[in-house]
Design a protein around this ligand. Sequence first.
Ligand code: SF4
Length: 694
Amino acid sequence: VREFGQPDHSAVTTCAYCGVGCAFKAEMQGDRVIRMVPYKGGKANEGHSCVKGRFAYGYATHKDRITKPMIREKITDPWREVSWEEAINHAASEFKRIQAKYGRDSVGGITSSRCTNEEAYLVQKLVRAAFGNNNVDTCARVCHSPTGYGLMSTLGTSAGTQDFKSVEESDVILVIGANPTDGHPVFGSRMKKRLREGARLIVADPRKIDLVKSPHIKADYHLPLKPGSNVAFINAFAHVIVTEGLIAEDYVRERCDLAEFESWARFIAEERNSPEAAQAITGVDPQAIREAARLYATGGKAAIYYGLGVTEHSQGSTMVMGMANIAMATGNIGMVGAGVNPLRGQNNVQGSCDMGSFPHELPGYRHVSDDATRESFEAIWGAKLDSAPGLRITNMLDEAVGGTFKGMYIQGEDIAQSDPDTHHVTSGLKAMECIVIQDIFLNETAKYAHVFLPGASFLEKDGTFTNAERRISRVRKVMAPLGGYGDWEGTILLARALGYEMNYSHPSEIMDEIARLTPSFTGVSYQKLEELGSIQWPCNEKAPLGTPMMHVDRFVRGKGRFMITEYVPTDERTTGKFPLILTTGRILSQYNVGAQTRRTENSRWHEEDVLEIHPFDAEMRGIVDGDLVALESRSGDIALKAKVTERMQPGIVYTTFHHAKTGANVITTDFSDWATNCPEYKVTAVQVRRTNRP
Ligand code: SF4
């Protein structure tokens, strides 16, 4: 740890990495961060931190930062530095030309889960009011969109039910498809503390993640289900609850739709949903499922925590509904210590969803076809809004390949590296006539761009982030934007050049507008954030201080709704040619595609992505630890080093996606969730063999 003496200024702000949303005091000397000090007053972290938030800030002033706007006519031309005015005018005239030639719907935008709520709000406003369509989407499309759909359908709101503190009163913790110690370390520590105090633990995950067995912690049950079998698993779990009479009858009678409960219970009780029948699909010992389900249903207050191992499947939304079903059936929603809680990946993925970043929803998750909602926005925005849902990212790329979608404004996203089936993504990008990137680095997607606007790091702007427990926290500016403008200001300039006026002198004014237009935010203001430190939405007349726990006396939608969760196998199948299943994830020191953490000292802990493979599968292929292996799927192939480990089960291999040079998404499939198009990153049929190819 390097220390650099006394700061000349500082501010309390929010970590720009994961969805835990830890508060830090950024201590500065001029434009240099000298320390990020975990802030005790931060309710999400209470003075704790992990190696990303504490040490991985060097990217903000890294030499790779692009600080001048750039344009080029063709993507084969070199970039040319220009003034902001020229870059913005070029982008606007290109978007206008494209819309005049190909139609209003030929352009769209992507908001960023790395940027603030205010910035996401402005990008979707630009798309809706200046472009005149609903072609806006966000990276939640590729991570937690099934959470939004599944929890909205069953409970009535697209967010986790509890605050992080709630875990301190859980008696039983069920972790499904998440690795909190690596992915959400500060919350993971909170969970481990509760486990050391005696809470019981069930882990459902194909890998032996750290929680399964680590110092002082041993899971009561590790259920190593096969990738792609989640819904069969949750149905088997529910089957035990229903057929062994473990339903919380009073709770269900009072709080849920009884007719839907009864049809769900009949479906779940069918023998094909028993743990024994499901074993052929899940690979999990039926007796272990029976015992774990009994523990969940009768062990006291039970909380579910889940991650992308749930959502990034062809049945991601179904699985989210399945978890809500068992929580309602056992009375485990609406009290401290219980609940259904997504561990959201990016610092502001919750916020970008809340801010209307989906093509079918205005801010606050209200459908674009709702006349009254649209009229309220039209009155404030002074623009006529389209009532038809727009295109999702995947549809934009499909239409680009088809020749009808031609322009995109992308703020703080690297879809060429982060989205599945890279070849298809880059084909779509190459087919467009104007791509405007607003980012801090020349990322992979920028290779296909025509205009580059320098973005600002979280240290260079004011705003708010919303974490996985719906907590809105301030982001505070401690240095001037290196490129001259905050991202929100760049969006305003672009909107103006397109002929649509946006007038805000500070992000607090954007939040004031959000509060006017969004029922769950009517009580939110920067002044209240100063007074309270942070606020969990809904924050309105009914809950002026915010809402730590949802669904206390009744579900947001009224009666809780049980959904039928029929298991449908993924179309991604193993064959003789591709006999193994690849699943993907992250490690503690790195973050997503690594654009930030790879440019910090955290790189010394993780220099490359490796392939984890079970000793049996390795021996069959003559692979030893450290060998270079070729990993091939139906989409493509990559090369990386093998790590032979019993963390894996035979038949399943695992890698991370932090390094562009490995490019794990070159080989992932293009199958996706039936309801939301969230890609099925977690299931790819592959073959592995030794190679000499670098
Ligand atoms: Fe940042 Fe998440 Fe680590 Fe907290 S747990 S310091 S929010 S990366």
